[in-house]
Design a protein around this ligand. Sequence first.
Ligand code: ATP
Length: 317
Amino acid sequence: MRSYTLIAPAKINLYLEIIGNRPDGFHELAMILQSIDLADQISVRSLSTDTIRVHSHHPQVPTDKTNLAYRAAELMVKEFPDSFARFGGVEITIDKHIPVAAGLAGGSTNAAAVLVGIDLLWNLGLTQSELEELGAVLGSDVPFCIAGGTVIATGRGEQLSPLPNLDNIYIVLAKYRSLEVSTAWAYKTYRQQFGSTYIKDTASLIARASAVHSGPIVRAIANKDAADIAKKMHNDLERVVLPEYPQVLQLRELFASQPGVLGTMMSGSGPSVFALVESQQQAEVIKQQIRTTIPNEDLELFVTRMTTHGIKIASSV
Ligand code: ATP
């Protein structure tokens, strides 16, 4: 039986603008997504039985059908029944390092790894865009997680256009382990408080999309200017999450006050907060400083950096 171990990187949002809400219930978004080298390891192995099994030691990661990695395998079984009959079931082992329910696409990147892993196990030879199409069935962030890098995502987040790749920009990332923010709550509250525009047809979508404000940060990315990127970062969801979650606001303010921080932002619907910093050395100093100011063990802190890849093979046997 063959098996593959894959690296599944997390993402941060350098930019998140809510353009409006769509008739299908989703939001029309403009996001800039960035892979970081904080990653899970996902192993996929063929089984002689016709079952899907998920293993994980992480207490917050389910191993049943609610796991997005399980659902990715189920989708592959449904789409490729002949291969399933030929190769058998799949065992998935999740070695979790990405904080859970953090706005870092942890579940989505695991699902992306399972799509890539089963493609390899079953010799399907799917193209990147075929894998992205399958990913879109599972969730809005899954297509991005396949190839990763630096991307502008529109639609509900599944329409991807690559931007010049950024790497080696250092990041300090913080998340309270026990704090979760529901993504659905964040978008619903935004809609209630700020009355996001209802997009009923293509004409109103084009009108709204042309008013998107991502131009300045896209230019900063094209120039690979970390300080300018940091200045132009934006996340609409901070308007609802920060007032409701004082711990997130405190982290945001603490990061902003540290020497060497170029800019700080909440990722996705939170509650993780990150800061772009000038160097790895400074990132370590800032991490230590935050740890000293907030000695609470519930606070997870990481030094990480931007990376240019999505799902990558670590090993195969
Ligand atoms: P996103 O940034 O895409 O909104 P997230 O980083 O906020 O995602 P996840 O880490 O994917 O959130 O977890 C959200 C919920 O999904 C958790 O409550 C968790 O129980 C569940 N879940 C299902 N599958 C997974 C998985 N493979 N890894 C982590 N959580 C998972």
